[in-house]
Ligand binder design. Structure first.
Ligand SMILES: [Zn+2]
Length: 529
């Protein structure tokens, strides 16, 4: 047992009573701990770690998507097409055909055309989200219903991709342009949400996850989580970030609304303590906000979501109400603006143990790296992304050039400053398995990829990678006093792995099987073969 306590000590036995850890140490368990009712599990050399915590995941929408057309990791346009055709045929009465997960790298220019989707779904509107959630692909019926034509201007913070010859919408929509269509979709029912949660938490438990940071929850999502917990059905802890986009009511209205949600949907295992903001998009679609222009888009450096004064006011208002602010920032400009906003909020409201977080952190200007530690921020990375795949080598790096690309996903550099670095999956964007993320964090290459590591100067060691998904994520989730390590008095959230991660080759970590997942002393997943 690698306990991940402050001394990073090892043990060979743990005792649990009433959901809490009562003993951690050697095999000679003190007398009285094992009674006639005690279940004794001989792990026969398997490894125990604190239950994994995912620092950024879209559990509910990911689970719902699994009930629709799922296109994740399909490698060719033909495979995507086959899947959509089958999925549409299986849902003859659905008014819309919905799906998610097509990879940007599969289509030229990350730009699938509507003609293909028209041929697959000719009779109904169809909308397929991209794997990264920042683009979507619509057929002609959907575009028509949304009133998107040749003369429709791009919305603020969004782009309607167009045929360069005719100016007609090509079918691919970026960022806020997606909403022009998605707002027409029928709302998911409470039954669909509950089924999605059930699917997602099963997957999470199978991957060894005992706590998840739900990265963007609206009120109905929060209600689904709280409802599941009140019904005794929730098999992991949820720390939720409420979507914090101000509408016409402005910032005061937003803060009031979130305050109501926090009161209404807090349960024993559900804690809506964070507020989620987006400060930019993604580099692959050229919607991330950069300090210098994209090399392939003359003078265009991307546009941040909020101006600096608006971001400052939003962050300060949320900080004042004791929210943990969780900001999506990908480009070096969006990241710097967010750091500035946190610094100003701290000056305005006074320093407190806020644990504000910046998530994704794809391109950090080196001058900003020490600021995370200095401002007491959590740096949330999705280590799986730092694997040198085509999103990086074909879509991102060419737009940045070599010297800026050096600072893509600088996990090691941020960790070396002593800042708290947490790990997340961003599932359903990418694999939910923490073991996949841990492997890439220490190898900087995709599981089963025989090639050389990608930017190996930013690797972290195995202890750091494990901490990212246990004690550090617990700190980000504001529950490190109760979870995140194996220590007497803490909640018994544990994962049992087939083999010790310290005894397998780094590139084999993803293949180590999760044997058992325990939440508060109760087994929520057990491998049966
Ligand atoms: Zn996300």
């Amino acid at each position: 047992m690698y306990t991940v306590d402050a001394a990073r000590s090892w043990a060979t036995a743990v005792a649990v009573k009433d959901g809490r850890i009562t003993y951690v140490g050697g095999d000679s368990v003190p007398g009285g701990l094992i009674g006639p009712e005690t279940e004794v599990i001989d792990l026969a050399g398997q490894m125990v770690l604190p239950g994994f915590q995912d620092g950024h995941v879209h559990l509910l929408t990911g689970g719902v998507e699994l009930g629709e057309c799922t296109l994740f990791t399909l490698p060719t346009p033909a495979a995507v097409a086959d899947s959509i055709r089958a999925c549409a045929a299986a849902r003859p009465t659905a008014t819309w055909v919905r799906g998610a997960g097509w990879e940007l790298t599969v289509f030229p220019g990350a730009n699938p055309g509507r003609a293909l989707l028209d041929s697959l779904v000719p009779d109904r509107p169809a909308l397929m989200d991209a794997a990264d959630g920042h683009s979507a692909w619509a057929n002609s019926k959907a575009l028509e219903l949304a009133g998107i034509g040749r003369d429709t201007p791009d919305p603020a913070d969004g782009r309607i991709e167009r045929d360069p010859a005719t100016g007609e919408p090509s079918g691919t929509l970026r960022e806020s342009a997606v909403h022009l269509v998605s707002r027409l979709l029928p709302a998911r029912t409470d039954v669909e949400l509950a089924a999605g949660l059930a699917r997602a938490q099963r997957l999470a438990n199978e991957a060894g996850i005992t706590s998840a940071f739900e990265a963007a929850a609206d009120e109905r999502h929060l209600r689904a989580f709280a409802g599941a917990d009140r019904a005794g059905k929730l098999t992991l802890r949820i720390v939720a970030a409420a979507e914090a986009e101000p509408d016409s009511g402005g910032i005061d209205d937003l803060v009031r609304r979130l305050g109501t949600w926090r009161k209404r949907y807090s349960t024993r295992r559900v804690r809506p303590i964070a507020a989620k903001l987006f400060q930019d998009g993604v580099i692959e679609s050229r919607t991330a906000a950069l300090l210098a222009p994209y090399l392939d888009r003359q003078g265009d450096a991307g546009t941040p979501t909020y101006s600096q004064p608006t971001l400052d006011s939003l962050v300060a208002a949320l900080d004042r109400e004791r929210w943990q602010v969780h900001v999506h920032a990908i480009g070096d400009r969006a990241i710097r603006m967010t750091l500035d906003a946190f610094e100003r909020a701290r000056r305005a409201n006074g320093a407190r143990d806020a644990r504000h977080t910046i998530t994704h952190l794809q391109l950090i200007d080196p001058a900003d790296i020490p600021r995370f530690r200095r401002l007491g921020l959590v740096a949330n990375f999705e280590p799986f992304w730092a694997n040198g795949d085509e999103y990086l080598t074909r879509l991102a790096e060419p737009a940045l050039g070599p010297s800026r690309s050096r600072w893509l996903y600088p996990i090691g550099s941020v960790a070396r400053t002593g800042a708290v670095v947490s790990g997340g999956s961003d599932w359903s964007v990418s694999s939910i398995a923490p073991l996949d993320g841990i492997e890439v964090a220490i190898t900087r290459r995709a599981p089963d990829d025989p090639g050389p590591p990608w930017r190996p100067e930013e690797v972290v060691d195995l202890s750091t990678a494990i901490a990212m998904y246990t004690i550090n994520a617990a700190y980000a989730n504001q529950q490190e006093r109760e979870t995140g390590s194996i220590e007497v008095g803490k909640l018994a959230d544990l994962v049992v792995l087939e083999r010790s991660l310290f005894e397998v080759e780094p590139r084999e970590i993803h293949a180590v099987r999760v044997m058992r997942t325990i939440v508060e002393g109760r087994t929520v997943f057990e491998r049966r073969e």
